[in-house]
Design a protein around this ligand. Structure first.
Ligand code: TXA
Ligand code: MG
Length: 309
């Protein structure tokens, strides 16, 4: 029996299968089975109010699980699927209410990975799948990361190699009149706007990034265990921390994103007293990376740097 067949057997029986995508590894369950979906929330320690993305092979399948499929969804799916963008649409009632956290919409995405596309086609049901990490920890970009985080809590891990994009998909809500960006990610705002025209930016971190915001209000997410602090790109010269504890910003956003989580994990394993992260320049092309770094760190207030290492 090949691995995909084994995975299908587990999914049909209500089990959990970790699967590779081009963005990060997912923790999968049959999206039409409420009990299986409930296991995802339990294993991740995820609040029941946070809905899951349902993975499908293509737009034809996606339409079966959407109550309506707006023109914007069609255009985006044609342009970017399979690929790193999730579309929020009104959901069909075949999708478990657990997967949509009781809401009227569902996030649908066709991931660009041959192993998982093969699984989705042969399973012939949507696979609910958040990132395969414990809630608030760093998303996994290799099968080993999933093993490290979830171990025996998952029935099978499909190893598809390291993830090519390295950060999560863009989340675009096309259920209303104007498309809204809920999470920046693998497909850029410029790419979306080239297809749909202006998009409303509704991401959490634009608010969370405001310097006056207190750490207690910070939407901490994707975080290492080591206390992590961010400083702006042009403050590098003023940071006197141990260089081994500083993640500097170099290269282009695509290459940077690919290895970001891996490097954060490695830094985290050094058991340093603190990690310092140089933010990328505040430019549109860095939006997704800045979003993840903002959620993973607290702002470094003056005077902290030299004392903490
Ligand atoms: O790249 C990705 O998107 C990965 C891979 C595995 O596909 N998945 C992923 O899932 O990052 P997760 O659960 O870690 O993040 C899903 C995001 C969350 O921010 C969630 O709130 C949002 O998508 N989301 C899901 N369904 C939604 C809905 N119906 N309405 C609004 N936001 C939704
Ligand atoms: Mg996640």
């Amino acid at each position: 029996m090949d691995l995909i067949e084994q995975a299908i057997g587990i999914l049909r029986a209500g089990g959990l299968v970790a699967f590779p995508t081009e963005t990060v590894y997912g923790l999968g369950a049959d999206a039409t089975n409420s009990d299986a979906v409930a296991r995802i929330y339990a294993v991740k320690g995820r609040p029941a109010t946070n809905p899951l993305i349902c993975h499908v092979a293509d737009a034809t399948v996606a339409k079966r699980y959407a109550a309506d499929w707006p023109r914007a969804a069609d255009l985006i799916a044609k342009a970017f699927w399979p690929g790193p963008i999730t579309l929020i649409v009104r959901k069909a009632n075949t999708i478990s209410d657990a997967a949509s956290a009781g809401g009227a919409t569902v996030g649908l995405r066709a991931p660009d990975h041959p192993l998982t596309l093969d699984l989705l086609r042969r399973f012939d049901r949507p696979i609910a799948g958040p990132s395969a990490n414990r809630s608030t920890r760093i998303s996994p970009t290799t099968a080993q990361h999933v093993r490290d985080d979830l171990g025996d809590a998952v029935d099978l891990i499909l190893d598809g190699g390291p993830c090519r994009v390295g950060i999560e998909s863009t989340v675009l809500d096309v259920s209303g009149t104007t498309p809204q960006l809920l999470r920046p990610g693998g497909i850029s705002v410029a790419q979306i706007e080239s297809i749909l025209g202006p998009v409303e930016i509704k991401t959490l971190t634009l608010a969370a990034a405001a310097p006056q915001m207190s750490p207690g209000q910070q939407a901490i997410h994707y975080a290492p265990r080591t206390p992590a602090y961010r400083f702006e790109y042009d403050q590098r010269q003023q940071i006197t921390a141990n260089p081994a504890s500083v993640l500097t910003c170099e290269g282009d956003p695509i290459a940077y994103a690919r290895t970001l989580y891996e490097r954060l994990r490695l830094l985290d394993q050094l058991n340093l007293p603190a990690i310092f992260v140089q933010m990328p320049p505040n430019e549109p092309r860095w939006l997704a990376v800045r979003d993840r770094l903002t959620r993973a760190t607290l702002p470094l207030s003056s005077g902290d740097a030299s004392d903490r290492t």
